[in-house]
Write a protein that binds this ligand. Structure first.
Ligand code: COA
Length: 401
């Protein structure tokens, strides 16, 4: 890990007002599933999951929950503290969309009674979609500094049962507010971007579950990291040693450890596995408990860092986002003096503790299977205790309360 210097003055006294994250919160599904249940079912050592891939439990949504209900619950926390003044854009990032046409964000807009003078769209590029939305939000605020953008990242990660991807499922939403002169994180201008057409993970329209070439996807992630890093450096990015913390997309937390070993080697300061794991551990707390949450995963790493460290003021965080298929990006932000007043560590712990643990049989009832079934008319039973629920489908229209 670096020397953790204060980068507060890096922009200089005459620099334009910073743009970045003002407030950030998460929500998740009603149930939690300990991976020991899966290990018992498959008669394998649970440490393959706890240690080998670095995951402990995964969130499972109730039948009356989905990306909309989780996204609305996370966004409600942001609105409660910040109000709606200035919000003229709502970006909803997901790769587990519930409609081929209508943005999931419009349902959230309705559930939260947001003002009508808002543009609302959905972004998609696998797990990268949330960082894509963040960059769009930064562009909107740079053009109109009086405006704010509400970004919601929400996903249910589902693979077929009895596949190697099964222990890396999960569900969560993170919502955050992007504005000028923010209190939590000032995002710096340098960006390293990367796109290559690879078939490492995909979900055809007729499937509830993703298809993945697991080992190939790990390699594709590494290639994208190296590509995005060099592009970042070529476009004004700071030296590796000037970055205090690293938040990676975490499909499983060991993926981030592998990535950090690769990046430190690329940057000429190689770390062995224990040192790389120790450097990233403060970013793992929520992802280990929630499982993969695709677009939300990188932001949960950032929230875990904020909630677990005593004083981060002035420290620089490097973010690496990877979306299979594949698009990636590396950029940095500096944590601001006002960040502590927005922390929600107790609220977040309460959300984790409120989940109802389930065993293997219940998990299988809740796993909807591979193929999308015709769903013109049906009702769900009340299960969730969350503020919003998915009630079912009426003549093909989804109903939320
Ligand atoms: N104790 C400790 N570690 C153990 C273990 C045990 N009892 N048994 C196995 N392990 C380790 C393995 O050595 C391996 O470590 P390594 O990666 O450092 O070599 C790790 O656990 C995983 O084991 P492996 O046999 O490689 O797992 P797998 O074939 O079931 O596949 C994934 C793992 C991640 C590829 C699979 O879960 C997957 O496809 N996930 C979805 C795709 C994904 O998330 N891709 C990431 C890029 S987006």
């Amino acid at each position: 890990m670096s020397t953790q210097t204060n980068h507060e003055q890096a922009a200089g006294p005459d620099a334009a007002p910073s743009t970045g994250i003002q407030d950030i919160a998460f929500a998740t599904g009603h149930y939690s599933f300990d991976l020991k249940n899966l290990a018992e079912k498959h008669e394998i050592d649970v440490n393959k999951f706890y240690v080998g891939i670095g995951q402990e439990t995964m969130s499972i949504p109730a039948e009356d929950e989905d990306i909309v209900t989780m996204g609305a619950a996370a966004a409600q926390r942001i609105i409660e503290r910040n109000g709606t003044d200035g919000i003229r854009t709502l970006l909803f990032a997901t790769e587990s969309g519930i409609d081929q046409s209508k943005s999931a964000g419009v349902y959230v807009h309705g559930l939260l009674n947001l003002p009508r003078e808002i543009r609302t769209i959905e972004t998609k590029m696998a797990c990268y979609g949330g960082i894509g939305a963040l960059q769009m939000a930064l562009g909107i605020v740079a053009r109109n500094p009086e405006e704010k953008v509400l970004v919601i990242t929400s996903d249910v990660a589902r693979y077929d049962v009895d596949t190697s991807g099964e222990p890396t499922q999960g569900a969560a939403a993170v919502a955050f507010l992007v504005q000028a002169s923010p209190d939590i994180l000032a995002i710096e201008p340098a960006q390293g971007v990367y796109t290559t057409d690879v078939q490492d993970f995909w979900r055809p329209n007729f499937r509830n579950t993703a298809l993945v070439d697991g080992k190939f996807s790990v390699g594709a992630y590494m290639d994208a990291l190296v590509g995005a890093w060099h592009d970042y450096r070529a476009h004004g990015g700071v030296d590796f040693r000037e970055i205090d913390w690293f938040c990676y997309h975490q499909p499983f937390t060991k993926m981030a450890v592998k990535a950090h070993m690769r990046l430190t080697k690329e940057a000429g300061v190689p770390l062995e596995k224990p040192e790389a794991a120790a450097a990233l551990e403060p970013t793992f707390g929520y992802n280990k408990q929630l499982g993969n949450s695709y677009t939300a995963s990188i932001f949960l790493g950032f929230l875990a860092l904020l909630d677990s460290q005593k004083d981060l003021e002035g420290q620089r965080v490097g973010f690496f986002s990877y979306g299979s298929g594949a698009v990636a990006e590396f950029f940095t932000g500096v944590i601001l003096p006002g960040y502590r007043q927005h922390l929600r560590a107790e609220e977040h712990q309460a959300i984790l503790d409120a989940r109802e643990p389930i065993g293997y049989d219940r998990y299988r009832v809740l796993h909807p299977g591979t193929l999308v079934q015709p769903t013109d008319n049906y009702r769900t039973e009340r299960q969730t205790q969350a503020p919003f629920r998915f009630e079912g489908v009426d003549e093909g229209s989804r109903l939320y309360r």
